[in-house]
Design a protein around this ligand. Structure first.
Ligand code: GDL
Length: 465
């Protein structure tokens, strides 16, 4: 049941990008019990020893670091799960490679770890001919290796959990037959029943995860999955972060999974609302769930972190800021209505803006000033985590303000607008920005080349060497 300690609720450090510092991890462990989170999984993709150097054990200094992190975690009553990702170049039929996994887990056992995970996500889904000959299929190779390691670990850690992440770990990947035909059914049949299986939902980043979706998966896996939830992950987009509430999953899913672990924003400091609202969701034990109310409650609790050297932020300010960086598929209400107003006003001739133009300008100025006030944050690690993204938002607010001011001035009537602070090539410049303009994505997700008659295409051509 959802509240028992058997139900895993917590955090996966499993993103691409700079791993958290030991200090950040300790801060997390101290706060987790208060939010009702009982599990932490260590698997930062860019810890070299997690993937690239998976065959080598940790050198002594790093091992000691890990020992402290494990002890700090367990001292708070939080389960520490260690994950290894050998899939980039493992030879599944090589006894030596399987032994290397065992040796790594042996080292972790000696550091106090009791819970383990083998990750086969984001790896080539092809095997060497010798591996195919030995195991028959990719799925059998994965299940076979996981079973072997599990059976070795179990006597050393009878109380520990053992988790497996399949190569197709979401509905879309499974329907594309990533890992070969019947991968999940084979894993379901061959993987030891005690081993839990990670799943991210219908997509890598799932807007919604429903009970029927999970039930269908249970049939294939012959067990309830463990959710690896990427709803707040931001490693795929350097311009965004997500501090909206846990949402898009009905409370009834709690009965269909063995736990929910969230793989959040890479920037540790930005995860307060994701963590707190996940805890509240699970603690609700399947009762009604109001994501907006949970968001506003978490905003109020996060506010003290936003102390500044100047005028203090209000909960309303922080809610608006969070609305601008809410969820992957959804802006918060304050950002939604601002965007709607911008779209409405700028699509009209300035002569028709009237009061809507004035009101919009006030909102834009307020948000711009709010962005500026974040430079005064006393907590500089929070500032560092926010700064690049907020700066971009501030630039857009500044541009809009200048645009609205220019066109509201009768003396400028009919004059084209230019900003001295948003010069071509310094603003929205660079290779990535230009590449992004070349393929247009439509509402259904499909892409087409940009219309060559579009004046922006000529601008792009102008920038070519
Ligand atoms: C993934 C990776 C994860 C990454 C996330 C979001 C899983 C199982 N693996 O595919 O490490 O952070 O997407 O980009 O989700």
């Amino acid at each position: 049941m959802a509240t028992s300690s058997d139900f895993l609720t917590g955090v996966i450090e499993g993103f691409y990008g700079t791993p958290w510092t030991p200090g950040e991890r300790f801060e997390l462990f101290a706060a987790m019990p208060g939010w009702g989170l009982n599990t932490y999984l260590y698997g930062p993709k860019d810890d070299l020893h997690h993937r690239a150097r998976w065959r080598q054990t940790y050198p002594p200094a790093e091992a000691e670091h890990l020992r402290e992190v494990i002890a700090g975690c367990q001292a708070r009553g939080i389960r520490f799960i260690y994950a290894l990702g050998p899939g980039l170049d493992i030879r599944y039929s090589e006894k030596g490679d399987r032994l290397a996994i065992q040796q790594r887990f042996e080292q972790l056992l000696s550091l106090g770890c009791r819970d383990f995970c083998l990750l086969f996500d984001d790896i080539p889904d092809q095997m060497a001919p010798a591996d195919r000959e030995h195991w028959g299929s990719f799925a059998s190779a994965h299940a076979g290796v996981a079973n072997e390691i599990f059976r070795w670990v179990r006597p050393h850690a009878p109380e520990g959990r053992f988790i497996f992440c399949p190569t197709p770990y979401c509905g879309r990947m499974a329907s594309r037959q990533l890992g070969g035909p019947n991968y999940l059914a084979t894993v379901g049949r061959e993987l030891a029943p005690e081993i839990e299986v990670f799943w991210t939902g219908p997509e890598i980043i799932s807007r919604e995860i429903t009970v029927p979706h999970l039930r269908e998966l249970q049939g294939l896996l012959r067990r309830k999955p463990l959710l690896w939830d990427n709803i707040h992950a931001n490693d795929y987009d350097g311009h965004r972060f997500f501090c909206g509430p846990y949402a898009g999953r009905p409370p009834e899913i709690l009965r269909e999974v063995t736990g929910i672990l969230t793989n959040p924003n890479t920037e540790f400091a930005l995860n307060r609302i994701p963590f707190q609202t996940l805890g509240a969701f699970v603690r609700g034990q399947g009762g009604s769930w109001d994501p907006r109310a949970a968001y506003l409650a978490a905003v109020a609790d996060w506010l003290p972190k936003f102390a500044t050297t100047g005028k203090p932020l209000t909960a309303e300010d922080l809610a608006l800021l969070g609305d601008c960086y809410y969820l992957p598929f959804e802006l918060g209400s304050g950002a939604q209505s601002l965007l709607a107003q911008v779209m409405h006003v700028v699509s009209q001739p300035p002569a028709q803006w009237g009061a809507a133009g004035v009101e919009l300008r006030e909102r834009v100025v307020r948000l711009k000033e709010l962005c500026f006030r974040l430079t005064e944050l006393v907590d500089r690690s929070l500032f560092a985590a926010l700064n690049r993204r907020i700066w971009e938002l501030r630039e857009e607010m500044d541009l809009l303000e200048r645009f609205l001011t220019h066109h509201s001035d009768p003396a400028q009537s009919g004059q084209p607008f230019q900003s001295d602070f948003h010069q071509a090539r310094t603003y929205r410049g660079g290779l990535v920005a230009q590449l992004q303009r070349q393929l247009v994505q439509h509402a259904d997700g499909s892409f087409t080349p940009r219309d060559p008659a579009d004046p922006d295409s000529q601008t792009a051509r102008l920038f070519l060497p």
